[in-house]
Design a protein around this ligand. Structure first.
Ligand code: NAP
Length: 543
């Protein structure tokens, strides 16, 4: 694209074909796809380097809870051959190194401007171009904008009164500083017991002098079973890659765990518990998928899994009162379960205290610690493991305006509306990877599928010289109806509020109660996306 277009200040700016936002798994692969197609691409990343989630979340203990064999790109056999994973559940530095290697290997860095935030994106209906402002006060113009900003990337900064007066150090897990945060011998308060809090607690418990854990909603924490990889393990994985990828594409959560064909209530209690125990010992998220097929939607079946895990908590945690506080009452899977080694065991340490902030809420942060409605806890360091405004937060924190100046925040004021989680009516030439209504599942697989699909729709537009391509209102309505029907079959409408589930917007005050991921099955979702391609993108209007 070579014509020159004025920016908002009237200066001449040469448009590019596409602007990509974000340098995580999504942004990197999208840039690779588009440049392979011969398109001119600019990409922006707030961080100083590639990595996305794996750039920012460098807190102690951060690692994947998906296994290395499938938490990786699948598009390049050469990449498969040359990258040697070190651990079954790779640590944050390892995943970050991997993404750095991908960026170098496919010469992607040159397309990115780092340390630069996209502040706004405005669609100009007269010339069908997006006008982008970035934090370095530059203006850019592009035909297409692809958001790869991540669904777990807009941190929640709780508004604790007095935080600014805290004399010690406070940090958020999702903005952990590069320099060492000294925790040795310190009194440390951890607020939040989601995956981040759950990972950091056992990692630091031996280092600190006192650990005070503030829990609002308990989680069902599954053991991860870490394992260092040797050459034999790597060779075994390489031998299984074709099968793993086939399963990723054909199973409901894009994980290489096939359906079991088992229903929980078809087994006696002893038989059922033996199956739970066997999968529990193998560790990781497979507990959701390799035990029984019906625990995600049949409440009675689910109760057997929930009770099995509560039994484990009561077995591991010696103090019965603490054990009960750690036992969730909502059904397993309403919150995404964290995986970890040594989380429940940490609560047997004398210098760890668990505080239930549902009973005694945090009322303020003082100069020297955390005050609840019941008492004051002295702390040298406060760790906010308070999570994210999931799915929509990273998108709405950019001022995105489509046709008629409509902002995406206004469009989504009653909950997100999308077509296939990839496009939005009223926002032509704008696509999302990992936005709301993406298929719930293994991220790298879902991301690759989304980026492949987006590159096809852009190619279609290019081939036909369409300047504008927009998901139609009818297509969006029909997709949303389907999303709502699927959601009605899940536990979310009834239990999301009790569980504060971010998958239903319930962890952010004032956020509309609406499902974030699509739960109709990643395999069926991928088929639906393929059908759209086969039909020639009939759900879009083209100009
Ligand atoms: P999260 O699951 O949303 O957990 C945030 C925690 O902070 C929750 O316990 C929440 O309580 C608590 N919280 C928030 N505001 C609070 C307040 N004002 N007072 C007290 N407690 C408060 O976030 P996360 O732990 O960062 O994990 C988010 C997701 O990121 C995970 O589910 C996972 O998908 C991904 N992740 C993955 C890994 C991994 O293992 N690979 C590691 C980290 C994150 P409520 O539950 O009551 O809201």
């Amino acid at each position: 694209m070579s014509t020159v277009s004025p920016d908002v200040a009237g200066n001449a700016v040469a448009p590019v074909d596409a602007i990509v936002i974000g340098a995580g798994f999504a942004g990197l692969y999208m840039v690779h796809k588009l440049t392979q197609m011969g398109l001119s691409v600019k990409a922006f990343e707030t961080g100083a380097d590639v990595g996305g989630t794996w750039y920012w979340n460098q807190y102690p203990g951060a690692r994947t809870d998906s296994e290395a064999s499938f938490y990786a790109f699948s598009f390049s056999p050469e990449l498969d051959e040359e990258w040697d994973w070190q651990e079954r559940f790779p640590t944050q530095p390892e995943v970050r190194r991997y993404l750095g290697h991908v960026a170098d290997r496919f010469e992607l860095r040159e397309h990115f401007t780092f340390n630069t935030r996209v502040d706004s994106a405005t669609y100009d209906e007269t010339d069908h171009l997006w006008r982008i402002s970035t934090s370095d006060d530059e203006q850019h113009v592009a035909r297409f904008v692809i958001s790869g900003v991540g669904l777990l990337s807009a941190p929640i900064w709780p508004e604790f009164e007095g935080l600014e007066n805290f004399q010690g150090r406070w940090v958020h897990t999702a903005r952990w500083p590069s320099e060492k945060v000294d925790l040795a011998g310190k009194r440390v308060a951890v607020i939040g017991t989601g995956s981040s809090g759950v990972q950091i607690i056992p990692e630091i418990v031996d280092t600190v002098s006192e650990l005070i854990v503030f829990q609002r909603t308990p989680n069902y924490v599954i053991p991860a079973r870490h394992q260092d990889f040797g050459d034999d393990d790597r060779a075994e994985i390489r031998g299984q890659l074709d099968q793993i990828r086939e399963l990723n594409r054909t199973t409901p959560f894009a994980f290489p765990y096939p359906m079991t064909g088992r229903k929980a209530l078809d087994f006696s209690e002893d038989e059922r518990n033996a199956i739970y125990e066997e999968v529990w010992q193998r560790g990781g998220l497979r507990f959701m998928m390799e035990t029984f097929d019906d625990i995600g939607f049949d409440l009675e079946a689910n109760a057997t899994a929930s009770e099995f895990i509560r039994g484990k908590i009561r077995e591991i945690v010696r103090d019965p009162e603490t054990a009960e506080l750690l036992c969730p009452t909502y059904p397993f899977t309403v919150k995404r379960p964290p995986t970890c080694v040594g989380f429940y065991e940490a609560f047997n340490r004398d210098h760890l205290q668990l505080i239930d902030v549902r009973k005694t809420p945090i009322t303020s942060i003082t100069a020297t610690g955390v005050r609840t409605s019941a008492e004051h806890f002295e702390a040298d360091v406060i760790i906010l493991a308070t999570g994210f405004d999931v799915g929509t937060g990273a998108i709405t924190r950019i001022d995105i305006r489509g046709k008629d100046g409509l902002s995406i925040t206004d469009k989504w004021k009653d909950g997100p509306r999308t077509f296939l989680g990839l496009a939005v009516n009223g926002f032509p030439n704008y696509f999302m990877i990992g936005g709301p209504h993406y298929a719930a599942g293994n991220f790298p697989t879902v991301i690759e599928e989304a980026a492949n699909w987006i590159s096809k729709v852009i190619d279609h537009a290019q081939q036909h010289s369409y300047q504008e391509i927009e998901a139609s209102e009818e297509a969006e309505q029909s997709w949303m109806k389907h999303v709502e029907e699927v959601t009605a079959m899940t536990f979310f409408p009834k239990y999301a509020r009790e569980a504060n589930s971010y998958n239903y917007g319930a962890n952010v005050e004032g956020k509309p109660a609406a499902v974030i991921p699509y739960y109709g099955g990643a395999n069926l979702y991928f088929d639906r996306c393929d059908a759209e391609i086969a039909d020639g993108f009939t759900s879009f209007t083209m100009k």
